[in-house]
Write a protein that binds this ligand. Structure first.
Ligand code: ADP
Ligand code: ZN
Ligand code: ZN
Length: 753
């Protein structure tokens, strides 16, 4: 017996409700997930349409009481079909419930009404209206007089103007409408995301490497080849122009394009470039838009008003019905991974959506993720390389400054002598400076200020995190050093095991502190700061960047936010303070992230005619993520990093599934974790290859009164992990313990726990 899970209303929060139906014998072979079906619904068995979101042979209800599907709709491949299939893929690949997945893919209609503009226009001859006006004047019908005078004067007036300004009631308007003197017109106006920007279409002739890629892509596209491509192009190599040429080609064939850009790179400048070229064919989505504004953009896509959608992760679910191409710029960005359940990765979902729609995928980055480059090397993706900057700007000169040597030379400032000198030089030349502080890794690791030694777990090659008994900020002997991967613990030390120095400290400096410091050191400089605190307001981050672009400041201090999406031709010096901080985060992506941050930050320098310089300050000048980013050598970084991942069995060589088990009572979380661990063994038996690590406490071992436990399962085969997850999910639903806990799955996490 086959049962189908059916949702009846896809545009409301009531996606929550899923109803089970029997699939009659005759339909069993044809029914699929995402399909539109006709079902009897409610007490009166009213015939309505629904969509299949799941199929299975089990039910929790009495079989006799379950109604039967009346028919299936074989012909209608609606956009909803495809999005539901995509939701199913997300649930299956990344965990969570089908409801949670549906809420991600289906743009839920908000209570915000469509913004309608109504106008009152004249319908009869002016003479007739004038006659009526005179008649009403005589009768002293002042409201009627006001409306007729206004329409005579202007020809048409806003409905809102009539009701709010002229204080005319609906009955007065209706009266004249019924007389045939006037008419009310409704124009649906979608909220435009662009306001009234006036972008120009600035075009360049393609250079050789751009032309090679575009022509090759077009040749394949036109011969029907659909592929995933990775463009590895150094910062400033002109990837955007390549994307635009591809888009142009694909939309000329009547297809639609989704272009993903991380939110922080979705600046006015980027949007302008696309709007300038594609005008009304393009729309954007971003999190600063209201729900209503965003819903409008989805409608415009569904109605074929636009054919290009630009936006972050969520733009992937634009209800286009004929997608030809999905582009993912800055492919390596962590924000492409959802932090909420289902914790899907946009790269994988993009590839799946493209597969379903017969589209190609183009990934672009100056510093590709290990995952993407690994697959490109294996021939799963097609690799394109762009090794030079497009506008003949040369790559900047990079200095690595060893902060241990600075300390030896009695320089206790946060600036190395070289950076200090170069800043003064730039200030004198009226050129601009960006100071970038790497905020990741402030999670409290402990290091020796004399030699740079960092306390690490002997089993995991990951820095230990300081846990204080009193308060997280203060380093003292009562604290512990803990490994968040395996739970290993040791007590804190007074002296460095490497060099014997007692200058051991907990790391951490904020942007604000640096800003103050910069102001003190360079009192003549105009300093701007950009971080989460200063960009809270709606256009906060645009304002700071455009201020800086206009030359209203000499120095911009910021976090990773300042490294993306902006061209500042007058910036000729980038300083990266504490470049190695992100090496000490407690996850396997630490080196990759460090390499990316340094490369992207360095890529901001010398993008104009003047040559740029970069100063990298570090305690680990010999680390390969620092040396290879300094000489802009992605490949050598990749080779070393992939060897490490392979040795440690970390992604992309192997796969990791993390289970986060939380409960308000620690015993429950503990008990369930243990049960999951042993259940996994039963599920797998001898037939699958995997490694289970844990249960251990999470870094954040308690949050919002919930205790947090972790289990890691590693396997070379993603499908093994999916199999374990699917079976655990099923088992959890029937487990008593589960009612007092929550379990979240995360595949190949991009952040530590
Ligand atoms: P990327 O995205 O690869 O970092 P961009 O697309 O932002 O690089 O391009 C970098 C700069 O080079 C931009 O200012 C762009 O206008 C310019 N540019 C791109 N292609 C060309 C070209 N073919 N000729 C001249 N300038 C170009
Ligand atoms: Zn030391
Ligand atoms: Zn460990």
């Amino acid at each position: 017996m086959l049962f189908a899970d059916v949702i009846v209303d896809i545009s409301h929060e009531s996606i929550d409700k899923i109803f089970q139906y029997k699939v009659p014998e005759r339909l069993c072979d044809d029914i699929t997930i995402g399909m539109k079906v006709l079902i009897p619904f409610g007490k009166g068995n009213k015939r309505i349409n629904g969509y299949v979101v799941g199929l299975g042979s089990e039910t929790d209800y009495e079989v006799d009481k379950i109604k039967e599907i009346i028919n299936i709709d074989n012909n209608s491949i609606t956009i909803e079909n495809n999005l539901i299939k995509l939701a199913y893929y997300i649930k299956d690949t990344f965990g969570g419930t089908i409801n949670e997945a549906l809420k991600v893919v289906l743009p839920v209609k908000d209570t915000v009404k469509e913004k309608n503009k109504r106008k009152i226009v004249t319908k009869a001859d002016k003479e007739v209206i004038r006659y009526e006006l005179e008649a009403n004047k005589k009768k002293n019908n002042t409201a009627r007089v006001r409306v007729l005078e206004a329409v005579l004067k202007y020809g048409s007036i806003d409905y809102d103007y009539a009701t709010y300004q002229l204080k005319i009631t609906k009955s007065v308007i209706d009266y004249f409408v019924s007389m045939g003197l006037i008419e009310v017109e409704t124009i649906v106006t979608y909220r435009s995301p662009f306001g009234n920007i006036n972008a120009e279409d600035k075009r360049f002739d393609l250079n050789d490497s751009q032309r090679y890629i575009v022509e090759d892509f077009i040749k394949e596209y036109d011969s029907g080849i659909r592929n995933t491509y990775l463009i590895h192009g150094v910062t400033g190599s002109g990837k955007t122009l390549v994307f635009m040429e591809m888009i142009e080609h694909v939309i000329a064939k009547g297809k639609q394009v989704i272009m993903l850009i991380p939110e922080i790179a979705l600046t006015y400048q980027t949007v302008n470039r696309f709007y300038g070229r594609f005008k009304d064919k393009v729309s954007i989505l971003n999190s600063r838009m209201s729900k209503g504004e965003r819903y409008d953009q989805y409608l415009r896509a569904k109605n074929h008003d636009i054919s290009i959608m630009i936006g972050p992760r969520s733009a992937l679910f634009t209800p286009f019905d004929n997608i030809g191409l999905i582009i993912m710029d800055e492919e390596h960005e962590n924000s492409y991974k959802s932090e909420n359940v289902p914790k899907y990765h946009a790269r994988e979902v993009a590839i799946e959506r493209a597969r379903m729609s017969g589209a190609s995928v183009v990934l672009g980055s100056a510093t590709p993720s290990l995952e993407a480059y690994y697959r490109a090397k294996k021939g799963i993706y097609k690799l394109y390389e762009m090794t030079k900057r497009a506008n003949d700007a040369v790559m900047p000169k990079v200095w690595i400054e060893d902060m241990r040597a600075e300390l030896k030379a009695k320089n206790k400032s946060i600036f190395s002598r070289r950076l200090y000198m170069l800043i003064n030089e730039r200030l004198a030349r009226k050129e601009q400076i960006m100071l970038f502080i790497n905020r990741r890794g402030y999670s409290g690791f402990v290091s020796c200020r004399s030699c740079g030694y960092v306390f690490k777990c002997p089993h995991c090659d990951i820095s230990l995190t300081y846990h204080s008994t009193v308060n997280d900020k203060k380093y003292d002997n009562n604290g512990k050093l803990v490994c968040h991967y395996c739970g290993y613990e040791q007590s804190t030390a007074d002296v460095c095991p490497e060099c014997g120095s007692d200058y051991i400290a907990l790391f951490g400096t904020g942007t604000q502190k640096i800003e103050d410091y910069v102001k003190r050191m360079f009192p003549m400089a105009r300093v701007l700061r950009m971080d989460a605190d200063t960009t809270g307001k709606k256009h906060g981050h645009e304002n700071i960047l455009s201020d800086f672009a206009k030359g209203n400041a000499d120095i911009l201090v910021g976090t990773q936010m300042i490294v993306k999406g902006h061209d500042f031709p007058n910036v000729t010096l980038v300083g990266i303070l504490a470049a190695d901080l992100s090496l000490n985060t407690n996850d396997y992506k630490a080196s990759e992230r460090t390499f990316q941050l340094i490369s992207q930050a360095a890529g901001r320098s010398g993008r104009g005619e003047k040559k740029g310089e970069v100063v990298i300050q570090t305690y680990r000048p010999e680390h390969y993520s620092i040396t290879s980013s300094a000489c802009n050598d992605y490949v050598s970084f990749y080779e070393k990093e992939i060897a490490y991942r392979s040795f440690m069995q970390y992604p992309p060589v192997a796969n990791i599934m993390v289970m986060l088990i939380i409960s308000k009572q620690e015993e429950y979380a503990e008990a369930l974790s243990e049960m999951i661990a042993s259940k996994t063994e039963t599920i797998c038996g001898e037939q699958f290859e995997y490694r289970l690590i844990g249960p251990v406490n999470a870094t954040l071992s308690k949050a919002n009164d919930y205790y947090r436990k972790l289990i890691y399962i590693k396997s070379n085969d993603y499908d093994t992990l999916k199999y374990i997850k699917n079976n655990l999910e099923k088992w959890l639903l029937s487990s008593k313990q589960y009612s007092k806990c929550n379990v979240f799955f995360d595949f190949n996490p991009v952040n530590g726990y």
